[in-house]
Write a protein that binds this ligand. Structure first.
Ligand code: SF4
Length: 217
């Protein structure tokens, strides 16, 4: 099942309201964009991507997937309606009402502009900045340049952006400080490298809960 902004709106009955209501109530704790490659650098093929997607939906976090890693979640069955059963109880209720899977297949890694449009539309509806939303991005098996640009784009948009395996930047401590710390003061987003997939989900969930608390929802 493939999704676009238009088809998401159609599934929601023509408006973002049902999605926003579910987010405000906490039935959808947050939304994560999984935009990833596939690589063997940090473990068996697709294992990190699938582990992270499964763990996110189990914690009531809706996943939008893009890039080559999207094929991994499709093969794992996570973009099918049957996968609703793998979601947390609160998310499952929303998915069943809307008749959508817990991982929405959103396209290729070069379609991130469409995803940004959705994020901006949600922020506008809520009257907040994109950096204030209970959202995050993850690239569990990043491999090449386009993914790097996607990550920088997400950070510029104010998004907490998990990445694995460790990017080859550790020889430049100032750059590491800029990407993982200083940039947050400028855009609200930052790069968050974490090679353990479950720890990565813990950090993502903590970030989402922090944003929810700040928004008072
Ligand atoms: S950057 Fe290349 S390998 Fe990674 S998701 Fe895009 S097309 Fe696939």
């Amino acid at each position: 099942m493939g999704f676009s902004i238009e088809s998401i709106l159609e599934a929601l009955g023509g408006s973002l309201e049902p999605l926003l209501e579910a987010i405000k109530k906490g039935d959808i704790k947050g939304v994560v964009a999984l935009v990833s490659c596939t690589t063997l650098r940090n473990g068996p093929h697709d294992e990190n991507t699938v582990t992270i997607a499964k763990e996110l939906i189990k914690r009531d976090i809706l996943v939008l997937s893009m890039g080559c890693g999207n094929a991994a979640v499709q093969v794992a069955g996570l973009t099918s309606l049957e996968a609703q059963e793998l979601a947390g109880e609160r998310l499952k209720k929303v998915l069943k009402a809307l008749n959508i899977p817990p991982v929405l297949s959103f396209g290729t890694c070069t379609d991130t502009g469409r995803l940004a449009q959705l994020v901006i539309a949600i922020a506008n509806e809520l009257g907040v900045d994109t950096a204030q939303l209970p959202i995050a991005a993850t690239a569990p098996e990043y491999m090449e340049q386009k993914a790097t640009i996607d990550a920088i784009f997400a950070v510029a948009l104010g998004v907490y952006t998990h990445v694995a395996p460790l990017p080859p930047v550790t020889g430049a401590p100032e750059l590491v400080k800029l990407l993982t710390d200083d940039v947050e003061k400028l855009t609200g987003g930052k790069l968050a490298p974490e090679c353990d997939p479950l720890e990565a989900v813990d950090w993502i969930e903590k970030h989402i809960l922090k944003r929810r608390k700040e928004l008072g929802i």
